[in-house]
Design a protein around this ligand. Structure first.
Ligand SMILES: NC(=O)c1ccc[n+]([C@@H]2O[C@H](COP(=O)([O-])OP(=O)(O)OC[C@H]3O[C@@H](n4cnc5c(N)ncnc54)[C@H](O)[C@@H]3O)[C@@H](O)[C@H]2O)c1
Length: 262
């Protein structure tokens, strides 16, 4: 007879936990931040947006009865991330959860791509994830451990047919392997690091001009015959962050409607 004193639904309970979410002013990061609050976490919201994106996320979190702070910062600036973590800890408490969703996408044929376009995307999508993990882990190591989820992409696993985005695909493959590497560096010090690799997901990122006409194609190419809704990223993130995933580290969780099977 197994020991059944374990309360399975409580595994997903994030009450009393403090989280930081980058890219929390829009799309996947925004929805995950609200989802973490719905599971009980208090959340620091970081984004470089100057519109009301962060305020909207914070309102939903406060409506759910949790605390939120808004931090306008850029993930490419190391000192801003250190300040953001310090502000999170002084205003909310000890940081043990992080979701790094800040990222950009654009496209251009490789033979025409300017160095600037390549470098700017790499700085945000790859270096930004590293600097975020570094700042978050410094706090988590002090706090006895934690869990980090980085948002990669199925583009780090496959090459999207019809999209000339060599820099984006390479950045996401980098995020997946960087996360495994960090997972192993911190495996004996209580920090788990995993990635979620979404398939095509309906967010503002996909309303950029070169993508709009492709939406129908994205749906047809996906085995489930549709794009993901941002709500569908919440469960995977809560799972990986929570005690339900206590033996899960260095994993890339594809959330792609079956895309990578075909
Ligand atoms: N939408 C998709 O189909 C899809 C698929 C796979 C992976 N992703 C990844 O999911 C993540 C979120 O994308 P989304 O679709 O929600 O896009 P989005 O544009 O709606 O949200 C991205 C957010 O990141 C913020 N951001 C960008 N650069 C930043 C910086 N330097 N510092 C701080 N904040 C910054 C933006 O201001 C924005 O609010 C990205 O990493 C993206 O690559 C998206």
């Amino acid at each position: 007879m197994p020991d059944i004193t374990l309360n399975a639904p409580k595994l997903f309970d994030l009450r009393g936990r403090i989280a930081i979410v980058t890219g929390a002013g829009s799309g996947i990061g925004q929805r995950i931040a609200i989802g973490l609050a719905q599971c009980g976490a208090d959340v620091a919201l970081l984004d470089r947006r100057t519109d009301d994106g962060l305020a909207q996320t914070a309102k939903h979190i406060r409506d759910a009865g949790r605390r939120a702070i808004e931090i306008a910062a850029d993930v490419t600036t190391k000192s801003s991330l250190a300040d953001a973590v310090a502000q999170t800890e002084s205003e909310l408490g000890s940081l043990t959860l992080a979701v790094n969703a800040a990222g950009i996408a654009n496209a251009k044929p490789a033979e025409e791509m300017e160095e600037d376009q390549y470098q700017t995307l790499m700085d945000i999508n790859l270096k930004g994830i590293f600097l975020s993990c570094q700042a978050e882990a410094r706090a988590m190591l002090k706090n006895g451990g934690g869990s980090i989820v980085n948002i990669a992409s199925m583009s780090g696993v496959i090459v999207n047919r019809g999209l000339s985005q060599v820099h984006y695909n390479a950045s996401k493959a980098g995020v997946i392997h960087m996360s495994k590497s960090l997972a192993m560096e911190w495996v004996d010090r209580g920090i788990r690091v995993n990635t979620i690799s979404p398939g095509y997901t309906a967010t503002p990122m996909n309303t950029r001009p070169e993508m709009v006409h492709q939406t129908k194609l994205f749906e047809e190419q996906t085995p489930m015959q549709r794009m993901a809704n941002v709500d569908e990223m919440v469960g995977p993130a809560v799972f990986l962050l929570s005690n339900a995933a206590s033996f899960v580290t260095g994993v890339d969780l594809l959330v792609d409607g079956g895309f990578c099977c075909w």
